[in-house]
Write a protein that binds this ligand. Structure first.
Ligand code: PMP
Length: 406
């Protein structure tokens, strides 16, 4: 049984007030709050178990290395990867996608080659491909979503042609909550011999993920949205792709030997992890992922689906509110505007006065904003600890804003 009140008690920040009102935290799409077990693990790591990893032979260095390296196995389990050596630690999704762009894509692409993207991508899954457009003349092929925000997997598959070298697609839109049928896309692209990067920043937060079942080649995640520390993250890279990659950042840890005349690189995945990593951040992410697995990602998904259905109905009831993204089966992420009445920033300020934290802006999704003809939206994004009562508070705050601006 999913006891949301008991779960809320795990998150100290949820009992604080903001602007004299109980906090209603609906900005989980940007970053999620941290449970006590993560906060305590970070404190313990710094106060009792801290040292640099991989290098020392002393007790604390061995302990820190053991704790840090154990996270690789936890991530592999969380993502359903067959081998923990298919997991590379990163500082977050942005680094993960840049790693793929530089280390895998750049050496094997040339002018005229194509990368297929959806219009719903976050800038982190756009700009690293623009780099290749600017530097190599690679062509970005965009696939639109429909007016509800749904993305037809067949349209993505149809866009994969003889010159396509990669499909880079989000699992879940951070703006609309659309869940993309990435499994169908991955299997069809694989059949055409084209690797797929699935941006898991939002997807891994809201549903169980099994990269083997999805059939993707790259699946980056970001720890801070998964209830772990900021600066933590990882990317699943299918072994064949990992073997094709050149090193990314150069420095300590990613080498076996360095002399004046040559470098012998470390074996993957460490070949792609240069320098002192986010030791404590990753240890904290490991604890967060175990927390999620203990709760059960399927149970979290069911709780959020129920919240999404309720919030969707209540928001649709506000006939003066513009809702962007109504695709069926979407995750609990809602974007809305009060076109002609209030700017998204002003709307979010009113909500904030009621203790409701939402995000306003372009959400790092320029092409999608363009397709929907808006410059900014307000986004309420729910997490595992949100409740129906909090949906009600959001609606009351929106009604107040409507009275003020409408
Ligand atoms: N992709 C998506 C879909 C996202 O929502 C985000 C974060 N907003 C990112 C990529 C980038 O993640 P990070 O900033 O943690 O690297």
């Amino acid at each position: 049984m999913y006891d949301v009140e008991k779960i809320r008690a795990d998150f100290p920040i949820l009992s604080r007030e903001v602007n004299g009102k109980p906090l209603v935290y609906l900005d989980n799409g940007a970053s999620a709050q941290k449970p006590k077990c993560v906060i305590e693990a970070v404190t313990r790591a710094y106060s009792q178990e801290y040292s640099n990893v991989h290098r020392g032979l002393h007790y604390l260095s061995n302990l820190a290395t053991e704790k840090y390296e154990a996270v690789r196995g936890i991530v592999a389990k969380f993502l359903g990867a067959a081998d923990e050596n298919e997991i590379v630690f990163t500082s977050g999704t942005t680094e993960g996608i840049n790693l793929v762009s530089y280390a895998w894509a750049a050496p094997r692409m040339q002018a005229g080659d194509e990368i297929v993207l959806s219009v719903m991508e976050h800038h982190a899954n756009i700009v690293p491909w623009h780099f290749l457009r600017e530097r190599l003349g690679v062509v970005l092929k965009w696939v639109d979503c429909d007016a509800t925000g749904a993305l037809d997997p067949q349209a993505v598959i149809d866009a994969v042609g003889p010159k396509t070298k990669l499909v880079a697609i989000t699992h879940v839109s951070n703006v609309l909550g659309t869940v993309v049928d990435v499994k169908t896309i991955c299997h069809a692209a694989r059949a055409k011999g084209v690797p797929v990067l699935v941006d898991g920043s939002q997807g891994a937060v809201h549903m169980p993920v099994d990269v083997e079942d999805l059939g993707c080649d790259f699946y980056p995640i970001t720890g801070h949205k998964l209830y772990g520390p900021s600066g933590s993250g990882a990317i699943y890279i299918r072994k064949e792709r990992m073997d094709e990659m050149r090193p990314f950042l150069g420095g300590g840890d990613m080498i076996k030997e360095v002399s004046r005349d040559e470098v012998i690189y470390n074996d993957p995945p460490m070949k792609f992890e240069a320098g002192t990593p986010g030791i404590v951040q990753q240890i904290g992410m490991g604890v967060a992922l175990e927390y999620l697995m203990d709760l059960g990602m399927d149970k979290i998904a069911a709780h959020e689906a129920e919240l999404a259905a309720y919030a969707g109905e209540r928001l649709k009831g506000l006939n003066w509110l513009g809702l962007q993204g109504t695709a069926p089966g979407k995750a609990a992420i809602f974007s809305f505007t009060m076109e002609g009445a209030a700017h998204a920033h002003d709307l979010s300020t009113i909500l904030d006065k009621k203790g409701v934290a939402v995000r306003a802006g372009h959400h790092c999704a320029g092409p999608l904003m363009e397709q929907f003809g808006v410059t900014a939206t307000c986004r309420a994004s729910f997490g595992l600890y949100n409740t129906r009562e909090e949906v009600d508070t959001l609606i009351e705050a929106l009604e107040l804003a409507h009275q003020l601006f409408g």
